[in-house]
Design a protein around this ligand. Structure first.
Ligand code: TPP
Ligand code: SF4
Ligand code: MG
Length: 350
């Protein structure tokens, strides 16, 4: 992976967060992506979200596959754990890491090729198992790194710089809903106001959070006839809500007219204020969300916002009844309780 280290200079007047970290402490190496690539805006949104959430960088593990999008973890959170895996295989590596150490915040950063083409099976199983993670697909409809072939999320009839796509698309958001994700959202790399609170809410969510972010590839798929171009997304962006993320213990100020905002409290005490932009949209109705998405897609619109939220999520550790401590903190007496315990287990099967 190519990277250019960023000089470690720090202006003494840089603002710090509650943990004493500056914005600079959440950055990584200098990006080698094309100027204007949507992926860089998503990196900036992730950096801002982690800074504002006062996250200690060593508590984050960022994992990716292969692609321009999968290179981006190198450009953020330089003091966090990182693993750049094989194309399409990030979800299984993340699942294993999460099972071994449930105390970290897992960021799975992927592309549409990485998630919907070669990695579709891995994506599906990771989501349906309820792994506690933030899964971000930086979705440009093409394989940017290998020079612009259509990926499985490209819309039928969409034109790239060199070709017209004739295949039906895979919509990762609809798939995430079917697979049981407990937090499902879509956003646009060019809308930081929408994206940053969604990332913060997804990080605070204690279950499988899937965030599909349309992220135009300026090099191969940003022509006006592409449904993943900046112009098309700006013209067809149909946001169902706006969310404000309020950290646990922060004061909730009533700055909306009563009845226009729904307040949702998550397990960690964080509060989401959901301002409805679509009168008939209910983000707690999984089936309703699916039919709404299908209908709006057929009408040529791109639905964004918090699409589905289960306020009481369960994760893979609950399903498997695993030990509550990270495996590397267990003592020998925990993992090897002796012959008596083994005899008792064997006896229980007789
Ligand atoms: C097993 C394997 N197959 C194919 C490739 C070639 N390859 C590298 S990146 C890529 C597609 C990346 O597309 P996407 O995930 O959408 O990322 P983007 O570059 O668009 O951000 C492909 C096919 C590979 N590296 N490994
Ligand atoms: S090729 Fe496309 S996806 Fe890759 S860095 Fe350039 S603009 Fe971004
Ligand atoms: Mg792509």
């Amino acid at each position: 992976m190519t990277y250019i280290a960023k000089p470690k200079m720090r202006h003494p007047g840089l603002p710090t967060n509650a943990r004493g970290f500056t914005h600079r402490d959440y950055e990584g190496a200098i990006s080698t992506l094309c100027a204007g690539c949507g992926h860089d805006s998503i990196s900036a949104a992730l950096i801002q979200a982690c800074f504002e959430l006062d996250i200690e960088p060593h508590r984050v593990a960022k994992l990716s596959g292969i692609g321009c999008s999968s290179k981006t973890p190198d450009y953020l959170l330089g003091n966090s754990h990182g693993f750049n895996s094989v194309h399409g295989r990030m979800p299984s590596v993340l699942t294993g890491a999460n099972l071994a150490n449930r105390d970290l915040i897992y960021l799975g950063i992927s592309g549409d090729g990485d998630s919907a083409s070669i990695g579709l099976g891995q994506f599906a199983h990771c989501v349906r198992r309820g792994v506690n993670m933030v899964y971000i697909c930086e979705n440009n409809g093409v394989y940017g790194l290998t020079k612009g072939q259509f990926s499985a999320t490209a819309d039928k009839g969409s034109k790239s710089k060199t070709a017209t796509n004739s295949d039906s698309p895979i919509d990762l958001v609809s798939l995430a809903l079917i697979l049981g994700a407990t937090f499902v959202a879509r956003s646009f790399s060019g809308d930081k106001k929408q994206l940053v609170p969604l990332i913060k809410a997804a990080i605070s969510h204690q279950g499988s959070a899937v965030l599909d972010v349309i992220s135009p590839c300026v090099q191969f798929n940003n022509n006006p006839q592409s449904t993943k171009s900046y112009d098309f997304v700006r013209e067809h962006n149909d946001a169902v809500n706006r969310i404000d993320f309020i950290e646990p213990r922060a004061e909730i100020k009533a700055d909306y007219a009563p009845g226009t905002v729904e307040t949702v409290t998550q397990h960690d005490g964080s509060v989401l204020k959901l301002a409805k932009l679509h009168e008939d949209y209910n983000p707690h109705d999984r089936v309703g969300a699916m039919s709404f998405l299908l209908a709006r897609h057929a009408a040529g619109e791109i639905v964004t916002g918090l699409l589905y939220l289960d306020e009481n999520p369960e994760d893979i550790h609950t399903h498997l009844n695993t030990v509550s401590s990270p495996l590397n903190t267990l003592r020998e007496s925990d993992v090897c309780p002796g012959a008596g315990a083994l005899d008792a287990i064997n006896e229980s099967y007789r």
